[in-house]
Design a protein around this ligand. Structure first.
Ligand SMILES: [Zn+2]
Ligand SMILES: [Zn+2]
Ligand SMILES: [Zn+2]
Length: 521
């Protein structure tokens, strides 16, 4: 059997038969019946659509037949629908085939499958779109209706315009609430329907093309990204950022033929993705939205989590445009890959060793250093720990960092406990405080900057050992594994701790206090 001529490009011979479109591949009903179609000879057909002189015709064969046009080989009349079959099995017109089924549109008089109320799909689409778009004397709306109705398969346009979101958009155009302009579409809540309509309008020349492919790809990506975001203020906020900051900038860049749009769109995607994560975190952790974002939240966010969080910088700075009060201005440190101070796992292990062994350094500082190195807990949070953040339980000691308690490795729990139960900072007036790291001022905790400076005594560069990098290292080797790795026995660590000048009597008191707590706790 030869391939049917399709009227494809490149053919020098005019096609005698053209099939307007293949029946849709998807949505084809799965046959469940036991009837036989005389055209395609399938024997599992659920319903026979029509009986014609050459036999029983299934739905698929009917659609194909009514979409086959060309010159009838029997009567040689051009431009006919060729639904029938002659003795040789060639498609022929309904007259030659003796088909009596109504195959003429009651409205336009063209040969076509009657789609609705005697009208062909093209007329139905025209009628529906006219009702929605109310073109009046608007030439471009008339043109839009015409190009849509003239689509190769107006049935597809019909299905498309039945979608709720699409109808909403078309109605908005019809009521002149939505102009057919890119900037008007930019202001819409992003949806697949809106982007589809935009693409359709661009395809038919009703909207100008929007520049090069990386930009178009970015726009499609953005549309999907926004659709996937929580449908609350998060999506709106990210959409504003994406549209007003990135999209506008990208469009300007796209005008420059020398610009590397791939790089620029990649960076834009990263920033949008990270900004969205920030807002989701903000909503989940603090129950507030972008309008309530403060510098403290930003710092908090950057102190934890993977190093990719630094990509929120442009977003938080962009938010400043909308903030009139200078006190509410936001910033985030700029750290590109080259300037990120790094600490390696080997360095981290060496520093933990310093904390455990360097007897000349005060125990307080060594504990603070360990909390930083073992859990990547940021300095500004370490100084706010209180004695009761350390808890002894039957299963071991825990330290409450953030919202959930972390297990303190057995080998160092003695050291921690000793520090927590120590007499208050005796060198200062800051007594009767339960800060784990009291400052010199009464009632105050240690300043994180002071702690940072003091930690240098242990070889710890707090800037270097901070958050992001450290967080990754902690992820690879957790506190317990690291202490196990070092192979200290608890006794050895206790000896190191004991030599830091704690008097034996204190130690005995501490032991007593601890046991007391244990029995009561
Ligand atoms: Zn069939
Ligand atoms: Zn004919
Ligand atoms: Zn018609």
């Amino acid at each position: 059997m030869s391939r049917p001529a399709t009227g494809g490009n490149g053919s020098t011979r005019p096609p005698t038969v053209r099939i307007a479109a293949e029946p849709p591949a998807r949505g084809r009903p799965r046959s469940v019946g036991d009837l036989t179609c005389d055209r395609c000879h399938r024997t599992d057909v659920a319903k026979i659509r029509v009986r014609w002189p050459d036999g029983a015709i299934c739905g698929i064969c009917f659609t194909t037949a009514t979409h086959t046009f060309g010159t009838c080989p029997d009567c040689l009349e051009p431009d006919r629908m060729l639904p029938g079959r002659n003795k040789q099995g060639k498609p022929i017109c309904r007259h030659c085939a003796g088909i009596t089924t109504q195959l003429v549109c009651a409205r336009c008089g063209r040969e076509a499958e009657r789609f609705r109320a005697g009208n062909c799909a093209r007329c139905v689409v025209t009628e529906d779109l006219t009702a929605l778009l109310q073109p009046g004397d608007n030439i471009s709306l008339h043109r839009l209706i015409r190009v849509l109705a003239d689509a190769e398969r107006p049935e597809s346009i019909y299905t498309y315009t039945r979608g709720a979101k699409t109808r909403e958009l078309l109605t908005a155009i019809g009521e002149r609430r939505l102009a057919i302009r890119h900037d008007a579409f930019d202001k819409l809540a992003r949806s697949t329907a809106a982007e589809h309509l935009r693409a359709l309008l661009m395809h038919h020349g009703m909207l100008p093309q929007r520049g090069p492919e990386p930009l178009a790809r970015f726009e499609r990506w953005l549309s999907q990204k926004l659709d996937a975001l929580p449908d609350d203020s998060t999506r709106t906020a990210i959409e504003r950022f994406a549209t007003w900051h990135h999209l506008n900038r990208l469009r300007k860049r796209a005008a420059d033929p020398a610009a590397n749009l791939e790089t620029v769109t990649h960076a834009a995607k990263q920033e949008i993705t990270e900004a969205a994560k920030l807002l989701i975190w903000l909503a989940d952790t603090h129950g507030v939205d972008a309008a309530s974002l403060t510098q403290a939240y930003v710092d908090d966010y950057l102190a934890d989590g993977p190093s990719t969080r630094k990509h929120i910088r442009n977003y938080v700075r962009w938010l400043n445009h909308e903030r009139s009060s200078p006190s509410r201005r936001l910033d985030a440190p700029h750290r590109d890959a080259k300037s990120v101070p790094m600490i390696t796992q080997t360095q981290r292990i060496a520093l933990v060793r310093n904390c455990l062994e360097w007897e000349r350094v005060g125990i307080s500082l060594r504990v603070a250093g360990l909390i930083l190195l073992l859990w990547a807990h940021p300095l500004n949070k370490i100084v706010m720990l209180r004695s009761d953040h350390l808890q002894q339980s039957p299963t071991g000691m825990t330290i409450l960092l953030g919202t959930r308690p972390a297990a303190v490795p057995e080998a160092i729990s003695e050291l921690f406990w000793r520090h927590a139960q120590r007499p208050s900072n005796q060198q200062t007036t800051n007594t009767s405080t339960d800060w784990l790291f009291p400052g010199t001022r009464a009632g105050a905790h240690l300043h994180p900057g002071t702690l940072s400076t003091h930690l240098k005594a242990l070889g710890i560069d707090a800037q270097r050992a901070r958050n992001a990098t450290l967080r990754d290292l902690v992820h690879d080797v957790d506190a317990r594994s690291l202490i196990n790795l070092l192979g200290y026995s608890p006794a050895v660590i206790t000896q190191h701790a004991a030599r830091t000048g704690t008097r034996m009597s204190d130690y005995v008191d501490l032991k007593r206090g601890r046991n007391h707590d244990r029995t009561n706790g």
